[in-house]
Design a protein around this ligand. Structure first.
Ligand SMILES: C[S@@+](CC[C@H](N)C(=O)[O-])C[C@H]1O[C@@H](n2cnc3c(N)ncnc32)[C@H](O)[C@@H]1O
Length: 316
């Protein structure tokens, strides 16, 4: 794909109906005479819309008006380029716990949660948040995570978590204002509810910080998994991570995680992690696939706002 078509696809499949500002901006970049060529000075993995827009927001640039954005990027390219070279998109969306919950609650409790690509670890607290599945509330904590659920009864309860640990190439610390500013900059402009959710989830993590280990999801997973306490079900999970990982390493990761004891829960785009038996996607909008031990169960939207179950019902 060209850089221009990557931006056009992002506008149509990811931002459309979710962020009018980013939809406008991404379409404008796709048709811009100068910006795609500028972005192509960066390695392919660094040209993503979310990275460019997040860095511009972090630096205080405009993202509401494509003409102002164009002028800002041209005027500030050296600073933008420097940030894009050292950062990756680390969006940490606690809302994704809402799509993981039906699987997590169906496994033998208590759980030893190990998230690879954990960012700041906000998805490691599915037991501390509350959930509203079309008005049906589960749990009592904050934030309350809204999710439209079809094809499955909402879970009756939250999971019991005996141990939680995260692995990331660059773990973020919600107690560090610079890390929190980057997490905030990665949230799409109109998403005040997600910004409030970040603050609430960050307060949960700050009060009881998770074990976050700097490391690679292939090289360093076995050693961290070995620290999980006996008597708890080890669950290695990941959400929106494998697009960062080159395909041969994805294959190594899948082989490794399949050989570990316990269970493997994946929530990734189907092009990044295909599973045999996945039905046709529900439409043009980008959906991820929720899978347990390699078996696809549901389509999910990328911020955890929707879960379309197509697998067998989950119960214990
Ligand atoms: C988009 S964030 C997703 C964070 C979290 N899973 C969520 O759903 O909110 C992807 C994370 O994966 C991490 N990552 C990328 N490649 C990795 C690797 N090879 N090993 C460990 N972490 C990695 C990045 O640093 C980033 O924090």
């Amino acid at each position: 794909m060209t850089t221009a078509s990557t931006y056009a696809e992002f506008a149509a499949r990811e931002a459309h109906g979710v962020s009018p500002a980013y939809e406008r901006l991404a379409f404008a970049v796709s048709e811009d005479a100068e910006l795609p060529a500028l972005l192509e000075r960066l390695p392919p993995a660094k040209r993503q819309p979310n990275l460019l827009f997040g860095v511009v927001r972090l630096l205080g640039g405009p993202v509401d008006d494509p003409a102002a954005f164009h002028a800002y990027v041209l005027a500030n390219w050296p600073a933008i380029e420097a940030e894009m070279r050292v950062r990756v998109t680390q969006t940490n969306e606690a809302g994704r716990c809402a799509v993981l919950l039906p699987v997590l609650t169906a496994l033998p409790q208590p759980l030893a949660l190990l998230e690879v690509g954990a960012s700041a670890g906000l998805c490691l607290y599915p037991d501390r948040y509350a959930y509203r599945y079309d008005g049906h509330v589960v749990g009592t904590g904050e934030p309350v995570l809204d999710c439209a659920l079809t094809g499955l009864e909402p879970p009756a309860t939250v999971p019991r978590v005996a141990w939680r640990a995260g692995l990331d190439l660059n773990p973020l610390d919600v107690r560090d204002p610079a890390d929190l500013a980057w997490l905030d900059a990665l949230i799409w402009p109109e998403h005040a509810h997600r910004r409030a959710r970040l603050r609430a989830a960050a307060a949960v993590a700050a009060a009881d910080p998770p074990l976050l280990v700097r490391g690679d999801l292939v090289d360093d997973l076995p050693a961290l998994a070995a620290q999980a306490p006996p008597g708890a079900t080890l669950v290695v999970f990941h959400s929106s991570v494998l697009y960062h990982v080159p395909p041969p390493r994805r294959t190594e990761f899948v082989q490794l995680v399949r050989d570990l004891p316990g269970h493997w829960v994946a929530n990734e785009a189907p092009a990044v992690l295909p599973h045999a038996g996945t039905p046709e996607p529900p439409g043009e909008v980008l959906h991820q696939v929720l899978a347990l031990d390699g078996r696809p169960l549901a389509w999910t939207r990328q911020h955890g706002q929707e879960l379309l179950w197509f697998g067998p019902s989950m119960s214990r």
